[in-house]
Ligand binder design. Structure first.
Ligand SMILES: C[C@H](NC(=O)[C@@H](N)CCCCN)C(=O)O
Length: 442
């Protein structure tokens, strides 16, 4: 560390944040690009739901492999090289997926995306820590996640603003390749700006990235494991639901692709707006495990509501500059509530780990949590795909989607159980302060 140099100015810090977040925008866009073409992959490529599920899981298999080594690669080569390399892997993955002529190439594309996208997230986290440590780090992380989620929402909106592309499944994926290439451009610009900053500012020691250490697992407390369990069931409900959602809204509820895209976009879009608000609120009042239990309770009936409740009146939902869609009120309210939970639980859950794990072990605690998250998120799309095929789900047999919705409901009840166990642990002796610690005055 060169202590004769000044710390980076705010302008340099915010430029670093914008460039790293644009790489993440591309990452999330490319990941979600498959969601709006599920029906086209079935019709034009002849895939069944089981194969669609496998395309989702191929990403997680790769992510599990690379999470074991990714942290070490980033520490060895430095975060600024790593974000360029991993963003380039994402672009190659997007090209392979868009150009695929058969199922195996599609699988290879999604596997490659898992190799690039998850370590890119780790590298961007290390970059933000480098620039914002001791400054507005939580705010910078929050903003970065919001821009990433805007990438997800934009993929859904592409069903409206790029509707002519949806005559075949390749063209929307080429658009995703273009967006991810712009993300790579931002990563290269970041690399160049950090090189320039090096001689001018003191950027501190290289930040150690989160690494998976499988030894000493028993030393984490019960509260940590309840949060990990909640994380697994929460993300293996929400991410697979999002993956199949546009197709589900089209086939089971008769929505147009544009309407289904707009409805699905409410999930990440609600999270952009509400995540920082929930973050601030919980900092003021504490009660973190209660908030997680409340979120788990709200999500519980939603999948059965969209399956069994009458659709209600039709609402014409307009998203300025994007388009509009006609959406039944029941679906709209259910997805809005799901969006609220998708904002609340991540906003509370990830920071809570910092209160219950020793600072020196925080990196491996997060790496382990992400590893477990990937396992659940790998399995559930396979189950949903298999169930949809097994029960012949389709527009002529909308009841065939119900078993999948029961799986999400079962996972949500497990989530409520783990949140309740956490709340019990945190309101008894040996609590870590999840309920009581307030970091801002109420
Ligand atoms: C913060 C959290 N991120 C993750 O769970 C990542 N491991 C994977 C995100 C992949 C999204 N395409 C989140 O997004 O809530």
């Amino acid at each position: 560390m060169n202590t004769t140099l000044p710390p980076p100015t705010a302008a340099w810090r915010w430029i670093a944040l914008v460039l790293a977040s644009l790489a993440m925008f591309g990452n999330y866009y490319a990941y979600d690009a498959l969601n709006p073409v599920v029906d086209l992959l079935r019709e034009q490529q002849g895939l069944d739901y089981g194969q669609i599920g496998q395309l989702s899981s191929a990403y997680n298999v790769a992510a599990l492999l690379v999470l074991l080594a990714g942290g070490y690669v980033i520490d060895r080569f430095g975060a600024r090289r790593a974000i360029v390399v991993f963003a380039a892997v994402c672009v190659i993955a997007a090209v392979v997926t868009a150009a695929a002529q058969n199922y195996s190439s599609l699988l290879a594309g999604r596997f490659l995306l898992g190799l690039g996208a998850e370590p890119l997230i780790v590298a961007v986290t290390a970059v933000l820590a480098k620039w914002f440590k001791g400054k507005e780090l939580s705010f910078a992380f929050g903003l970065n996640l919001s821009i990433s989620r805007l990438g997800s929402a934009s993929t859904d909106w592409s069903t409206s603003f790029a509707s002519p592309l949806y005559s075949n499944w390749h063209d929307p994926l080429w658009l995703a390749t273009g967006v991810m290439s712009a993300g790579l451009g931002a990563a290269v610009l970041y690399f160049l700006m950090e090189k320039r900053a090096e001689g001018r500012f003191d950027l501190g020691e290289a930040v150690q990235t989160d690494k998976l250490e499988l030894k000493n697992l028993y030393r984490f407390s019960a509260s940590y494991w309840y949060i990990v369990a909640l994380c697994v069931v929460f993300y293996s409900t929400v991410f697979p639901f999002r993956y199949f959602a546009i197709d589900y809204f089209q086939q089971a509820h008769g929505l147009s692709r544009e309407g289904a895209g707009i409805l699905s976009s409410l999930l990440p879009f609600a999270a952009i707006v509400a995540t920082p608000i929930f973050g601030l609120w919980v900092d003021r009042v504490g009660r973190r495990s209660l908030f997680m239990a409340a979120g788990s309770l709200v999500i519980l009936p939603l999948f059965l509501a969209v399956t069994y409740l009458p659709p209600g009146p039709i609402v014409d939902l307009v998203v300025p500059w994007v388009g509009s869609g006609e959406i039944p009120l029941t679906l709209l309210l259910s997805v809005l509530l799901l969006g609220g939970v998708f904002s609340l639980i991540p906003a509370v859950m990830w920071p809570s780990v910092a209160y219950i794990v020793d600072e020196r072990r925080l990196g491996s605690a997060y790496a382990l949590m992400t590893f477990c998250q990937q396992i659940g998120w790998l399995i559930v799309p396979l189950v949903i795909g298999w169930l949809n095929d097994r029960y012949l789900a389709g527009p002529e047999n909308t009841a065939g989607y119900a078993p999948g919705m029961w799986v999400y409901t079962a996972l949500s009840s497990l989530g409520l159980f783990f949140a309740w166990k956490l709340w019990r642990a945190e309101t008894g002796p040996g609590a870590h302060g999840l309920e009581s610690i307030r970091t801002r005055s109420a």
